[in-house]
Write a protein that binds this ligand. Structure first.
Ligand SMILES: Cc1cc2nc3c(=O)[nH]c(=O)nc-3n(C[C@H](O)[C@H](O)[C@H](O)COP(=O)(O)OP(=O)(O)OC[C@H]3O[C@@H](n4cnc5c(N)ncnc54)[C@H](O)[C@@H]3O)c2cc1C
Length: 409
């Protein structure tokens, strides 16, 4: 029986372990944290958006250029397969109003518990508090636990070490040193699905940091518009609508040093309708009172109209125009560690179609450590599950070929 070591007990690593055990391998999962799936648990705080219900052809477009190499994996383990898999673990899903798919429990812990139990039944060994530190000779995996160093023999290895954000949950990107040292081509990490910095006034920062802007629409200047929610932070803006535009905003800032977004504070009303309502209320009322009475805009929205130095216009038509397009200049993405996910990592040309590293035959890679990005909406977890399974199929095929090459010492 082949013995496979999977490193990283996030969704990608656990999906690989499950498929490898089902394929008849003895599997050991190595995880540096005290428990499995820490980032998935954190995702569960937002309801655990597992995948999306849109048609597969549209779904695949969300991966942009990475569709080219992820598509076979995503077709082989599709959103429907993921939902059936969760249901089989006692976690049936529902489709939310936006088409996003969530387990009915709206959290990750029951799913992870059931998954852990199934892996145990399959005979998978999970070594927590074990940190992978490199190789100890051909087909020898070096790990460090609180009891000291250990060497695990493995016929093949699946690396599923995650990206480089939210390091406190386990994935800190430290693996890049080991892989780059072994000649694996890597793309630099960049934040994805991230917030952005803006030079807020002290007043806005002091009074409104942490305040949500609900039911807004956000437009990247010269780019797409999304409806949703944003949050004013002490540093700038974050939240679902910002994340949805974040890849384009990040790239614009990289090219031009800044990017502009327009906030539509009342996307449900036309500019003319807003102007008409404003004209009815204005008079001797203050700006705040006018906006509150006519448009039910909260104090944070009024403060945003005042940002940028110039006083907001007095006449109803100009004020309505501003409410529909409050300009905000973004100066930099927020820190990598605060991003929901990262772009960059193991490049497409560093792996073959089975997700095996060209530099290290017998070592396969899955999940967020691969160089792809996608918006929030369930696309991240779906690709981690799908590439985890694809890497496992790659291992099984490679073993069946009776491959003689060995990964490095
Ligand atoms: C706040 C938040 C909310 C999110 N919500 C969603 C959501 O609703 N839907 C969605 O699709 N995606 C969501 N994501 C993203 C999603 O959780 C990740 O993309 C996904 O968990 C990545 O899976 P992975 O298995 O590749 O890596 P991870 O889940 O990061 O797992 C990697 C594992 O490898 C371990 N590891 C790293 N280095 C070593 C080492 N040297 N030795 C041993 N172990 C090591 C880590 O401890 C970790 O457990 C969210 C992310 C965050 C931060």
């Amino acid at each position: 029986m082949a013995h496979i070591v999977v490193i990283g007990a996030g969704p990608a690593g656990l999906a690989a372990a499950e498929a490898l055990a089902a394929g008849g391998c003895a599997v050991t999962v190595v995880e540096r944290m005290p428990t499995i799936g820490r980032k998935m648990l954190m995702a569960g705080r937002g309801g655990l958006n597992l995948t999306h219900s849109e048609p597969l052809d549209r779904f695949l477009t969300r991966y942009g250029a990475a569709r080219r190499w992820l598509e076979p994996a995503l077709r082989a383990f599709s959103p429907d397969d993921l939902r059936a898999w969760a249901a089989a673990l006692g976690q049936p899903c529902f489709v939310g109003s936006s088409g996003r798919v969530f387990p009915r429990a709206m959290k990750a812990s029951p799913l992870l518990r059931a998954w852990g139990a199934r892996l145990a039944e399959q005979g998978v060994t999970i070594l927590t508090r074990h940190d992978w530190t490199g190789w100890a000779g051909p087909r020898r995996v070096r790990v460090v636990s609180p009891r000291g160093e250990r060497v695990l023999a493995a016929d093949a290895v699946v690396l599923a070490l995650g990206g480089a954000s939210w390091a406190r949950l386990g994935a800190d990107g430290a693996w890049t040193g080991l892989l780059a040292g072994g000649g694996v081509a890597l793309a630099p990490f960049r934040p994805a699905n991230c917030g952005f910095r803006s030079n807020w006034s002290d007043t806005l920062r002091a009074r409104f940091a942490g305040t949500p802007l609900r039911g807004i629409a956000l437009t990247q200047e010269g780019g797409p518009t999304v409806r949703g929610e944003a949050v004013v932070t002490a540093r700038g803006l974050e939240g679902g609508a910002v994340y949805a535009l974040s890849a384009g905003l990040r790239d614009r800032i990289a090219a031009d040093g800044q990017a502009r977004v327009m906030l539509d504070l009342r996307p449900d009303m036309t500019e003319a309708a807003l102007a008409e309502r404003l004209a009815r209320v204005r008079g001797r009322e203050s700006l705040s009172n006018t906006l509150r009475k006519a448009l039910r805009l909260p104090a944070v929205a009024v403060a945003l109209l005042r940002e940028g130095g110039a006083a907001p216009p007095r006449d109803a038509a100009s004020l309505a125009r501003l409410v529909k397009a409050v300009p905000v200049t973004l100066t930099a993405p927020d820190s990598l560690d605060r991003a929901i996910s990262v772009a960059g990592g193991v490049r497409e040309d560093a792996v073959d179609a089975r997700f095996m590293l060209r530099a290290w035959p017998g070592v396969f890679v899955a999940g967020e450590m691969l160089d792809w990005e996608a918006p929030t909406g369930g696309y991240l977890l779906q690709a981690c599950f799908a590439t985890g399974r694809a890497a496992a199929r790659g291992v099984l095929a490679w073993l069946q070929e009776g491959a003689k090459e060995r990964y490095p010492s």
